[in-house]
Design a protein around this ligand. Structure first.
Ligand SMILES: NC(=O)c1ccc[n+]([C@@H]2O[C@H](COP(=O)([O-])OP(=O)(O)OC[C@H]3O[C@@H](n4cnc5c(N)ncnc54)[C@H](O)[C@@H]3O)[C@@H](O)[C@H]2O)c1
Ligand SMILES: O=C(O)[C@@H]1CCCCN1
Length: 329
């Protein structure tokens, strides 16, 4: 990038950063800072993004989301556009592919010249888990004993890893519609973390959620997974799934909770189902970071209704681009 980029030799060269290289460069603490800064910038008026365009492919009902954004920041500033798809049949193919696949275009903010095409699937996964972690940091300033993860897919797995990195829960519970998948993930995560019983599979959703301090819902179904009567006072929920009706939490949970969002434009476009319940969003996570709004009472149940933002992807693309250039020059 021409702003704050020491690699002037590379300024006019189009760079492709593939999945393998992105994975090598990703780092949890740097990802957290980039996402926190993008959320703060949204509240401070330094981030620009409209609601994303959603193109539905006829017959298959697969989606392509187009997510352009501009972030004005000396370290994470970027102009970019993510193309991200939602192809529900991908995981069921003979050779399984992710449900969510993404690529990010990074442009020079001064000239609009295309600087890089960056594989965006892992960036999407990491920044989504980091966004939940930022929300948890600002909404749940309490003990973190038990984490409950609903859904053992890509997002369930990455949230388990990220939350252990940032918060060090004493028990991480995993529930999945097919219990064998939760079992398999728990075994894998225990092996990767060199632990025996830190990650525990639960067969019943209720048992998984009861007494949990923090809950993550990350499935692709539209069925209700979490009932209000199971949720502990003061618990925090990161509702990650983007389903047309957002049914992972029952209506009573939304009505009983203080609900926060990542950005108003996205919420107005995609969260009408929750608004129709009579729920007023308390504000953006960035408003908590800037201090524009106060944190909730400590016994309130809180929900971060995550949608995902273009400017998070811009900040991440800039981070990965700069790391790529500085370590390959
Ligand atoms: N908020 C964001 O920024 C963001 C970013 C990326 C993905 N997402 C969302 O995260 C969700 C999960 O994505 P993923 O990549 O982990 O998908 P995945 O295919 O890897 O995992 C999906 C999981 O959902 C479960 N599932 C499917 N149907 C179900 C049903 N009816 N009831 C209960 N469980 C069911 C599957 O068993 C699986 O464990 C999606 O809704 C996606 O839109 C959100
Ligand atoms: O913000 C994202 O990248 C994803 C795109 C797919 C739908 C859910 N949110």
């Amino acid at each position: 990038m021409s702003t704050n980029n020491n690699n002037n030799n590379n300024n006019n060269k189009l760079v492709y950063i593939d999945d393998h290289r992105v994975r090598h460069l990703l780092d949890w603490d740097k990802t957290f800072k980039a996402v926190e800064k993008s959320m703060e910038s949204v509240a401070a008026g330094r981030a620009f993004q409209n609601a994303r365009a959603i193109t539905t492919i006829p017959k298959t009902h697969n989606f392509l989301y187009t997510m352009p954004g501009y972030l004005n920041d000396s370290k994470y500033g970027a102009l970019g556009c993510k193309l991200v798809s939602h192809f529900p049949e991908n995981p069921n193919r003979a050779k399984p592919l992710p449900y969510v696949l993404a690529n990010i275009l990074l442009l020079d903010p001064e000239t609009s010249i295309l600087k890089a095409v960056i594989a965006g699937t892992d960036i999407t996964n990491w920044r989504t888990a980091a966004a939940s972690a930022v929300a948890t940091k600002y909404l749940h300033r309490k003990e973190n004993n038990i984490l409950a993860i609903m859904g053992a897919g890509v997002q369930g797995r990455i949230h388990a890893i990220a939350f252990q990195h940032f918060f060090k829960f004493k028990e991480v519970r995993i529930w999945n519609r097919t219990p064998e998948r939760a079992q398999k993930l728990a075994v894998e995560l225990n092996r990767e973390h060199n632990t025996k019983n830190l990650f525990v599979a639960y067969d019943k959703a209720e048992d998984c959620v009861r007494n949990a301090d923090v809950i993550v819902t990350a499935t692709t179904g539209a069925s209700t997974l979490v009932k209000c009567e199971w949720i502990k006072k003061g618990a925090h929920i990161n509702a990650v799934a983007v389903n047309p009706n957002n049914r992972e939490l029952d209506d009573a949970t939304y009505k009983a909770s203080q609900v926060y969002i990542d950005n108003w434009n996205g919420a107005r476009s995609e969260l009408n189902g929750i608004k129709e319940l009579g729920v007023e969003f308390k504000g953006q996570i960035g408003d908590l970071i800037t201090g524009a709004i106060h944190p909730p009472e400590s016994d309130a149940i809180t929900v971060f209704q995550s949608l995902g933002m273009a400017v998070e992807d811009c900040a991440m693309a800039r981070l990965i681009y700069d790391l790529h250039l500085s370590s390959s020059s």
